[in-house]
Design a protein around this ligand. Structure first.
Ligand code: NAD
Length: 494
């Protein structure tokens, strides 16, 4: 059944929201009695209050996670049991898709159809990691006849995870599915802006059969709860998604505590190159628009730097502007909406600052204002700046809003240089009919993922992550699970 705007509004009104922490498979209030507000960016209204966990709750959650790890109820569970449990979690996510999508849409202003897609992608991750973990074999190393040397993967113990708000349920699932598949216990701290879907997911996981205490969710402020997790001596590894600035802090936390491995998925400023021999201009334009305006540009791999070869540039920009004019801004709960509000006043202020910087540095092609829809707030019009040079701040800095920069180039080598002139290296996309060029650029562009004749391809089967200051390590695929496992070499002399 396709739900209408009125259906979604009614379902939102019927939701019961619970912002208490989830420790040892129970809802617990913040012991220090501190709460933060979850605010609907569309209306400015407080949705509910969320437990702001302090050091005491983090210690408690880590102790619970350690205890359950040591019992072996999950860490030494049969691989088949783990597979069935993770697949049951995937099924529970699908069964509760509307509720989970609504929680994300209400907390961060995500368009409801995008939120539903994120829910399905989250379920796919639990399916995939559940399925794969009982099909991975360890290794028997070459050794003399009286000795057997094996190399095996073991769960690490307690994994800490700290995630941002832009894809709340999905960001959490990207950490949880592989860490749990590997047999670890987990303590997850969601972002201040978006805790509700992760808390609900933890409840669903328990109902789906995950043993008590294996998954704990501790909402709260980054500089308190996040830092406490990062510095905890009994956390064996830390998976972080968020800004490069905070990612660097986790490296310090680790170095100043127990040297836990820290896996970082950080910021980006992805280039999108359109060559004169682009095989399908209309599709490329659609992808350019989706690549920057999906989730109001609040996407780590947003293709925010459009690099146009001279021969196609004018035609491309005309088509781009026409396509942008069809984007419908509105209430994220309205299925017709394609562009919702930014997540918070702070994010809105930051993006507005970049609009002002862009107007000083470059030429405004469209947008550049804070279009107010009826009763709306925190809306930024889809914005395009042209005549952008590589030294401009709008070319170099991650804006994390619906702002696209356009730079022209003549030669292929010039396009590559522009693409790589960035501290980031998360993703890149390019359009060409020349197979040789496709291969040359896949080699030359410094990014964790390069997509040819498409934009930002992602799947659970392939590693995702960044080069340079976009991060350390890769999520998804077997690499995403093995980073939450220890390699052990066993020598048995007989
Ligand atoms: P952020 O770095 O401000 O926050 C991320 C998380 O870190 C939140 O849970 C926050 O509470 C916590 N945190 C904040 N300050 C902290 C501190 N001092 N110590 C410990 N934890 C702290 O990022 P954000 O604004 O929530 O998210 C946007 C950023 O996330 C962008 O830079 C975006 O590119 C990045 N991101 C990256 C990926 C990826 O896969 N590479 C995916 C999504 C988002």
């Amino acid at each position: 059944m396709t739900l209408t705007y009125a259906d979604w509004q009614q379902r939102a009104a019927d939701l019961s929201l619970n912002g208490s922490a989830y420790i040892d498979s129970r809802r617990v209030a913040s012991r220090q009695g501190e709460w933060l507000e979850s605010i609907n960016p569309m209306t400015g209204e407080t949705l509910t209050t969320i437990a702001a966990c302090g050091i005491e709750e983090i210690d408690n959650a880590v102790a619970v996670a350690r205890r359950t790890f040591d019992t072996g109820a999950w860490s030494r569970a049969e691989p088949t049991t783990r597979r069935q449990t993770l697949q049951a979690i995937a099924a529970a996510i699908r069964d509760n898709a509307e509720e989970l999508a609504l929680l994300d849409s209400l907390e961060v202003g995500k368009c409801i159809h995008e939120a539903l897609d994120d829910v399905e992608e989250s379920a796919l991750l639990f399916d995939w990691f559940g399925e794969v973990q009982d099909k991975c074999y360890d290794q028997l190393a070459p050794s003399p006849s009286h000795v057997q040397a094996t190399v095996v993967h073991e769960p690490l113990g307690v994994v800490g995870a700290v995630v941002p708000w832009n894809f709340p349920l999905h960001n959490a699932s990207v950490k949880l599915a592989p860490a749990l598949a590997a047999g670890n216990s987990v303590v997850l701290k969601p972002a201040e802006e978006s805790s509700l879907s992760a808390l609900r997911l933890a409840e669903l996981a328990t109902q789906a059969g995950l043993p008590h205490g294996v998954l704990n969710v501790v909402p709260g402020y980054g500089h308190i709860a996040g830092e406490a997790l990062g510095r905890h001596h009994d956390v064996d590894a830390l998976g972080f998604t968020g800004s490069t600035e905070i990612g660097k802090r986790f490296l310090i936390y680790s170095g100043e505590s127990n040297m836990k491995p820290v896996w970082l998925e950080c910021g980006g400023k992805s280039p999108h190159l359109i060559f004169d021999d682009c095989p399908d201009l209309d599709t490329a334009v659609d992808n350019a628009v989706a690549g920057i305006f999906t989730n109001a540009g609040q996407v780590c791999s947003a293709h925010s730097r459009l690099l146009l070869q001279e021969g196609i540039a004018d035609r491309f920009l005309d088509a781009l502007q026409a396509r942008i004019s069809t984007l419908v801004a509105g209430d994220p709960l309205d299925p017709a909406t394609m562009l919702g509000p930014l997540v918070s006043q702070a994010q809105f202020d930051k993006v507005c600052e970049y609009l002002a910087i862009g107007k000083r540095e470059a030429t405004l092609l469209c947008g550049g204002d804070t279009r107010q829809i009826a009763d709306g707030r925190l809306f930024v019009s889809p914005t395009v700046f042209t005549e952008v040079a590589s030294h401009h701040r709008i070319f170099q800095e991650e804006i994390f809003g619906p702002v696209l920069t356009v730079t022209r180039f003549d030669e292929e080598s010039e396009g590559v240089t522009l693409a790589n002139e960035s501290q980031y290296g998360l993703a890149a996309s390019l359009w060409t009919s020349d197979l040789g060029r496709a291969h040359r650029l896949c080699d030359a562009i410094q990014a964790g993922t390069v997509t040819v004749n498409g934009v930002d391809a992602v799947s659970p089967q392939t590693p995702f992550g960044g080069m340079k200051q976009s991060g350390i390590g890769r999520d998804y695929a077997l690499t995403g699970m093995h980073k939450y496992m220890a390699l052990k070499t066993r020598w048995i002399h007989y």
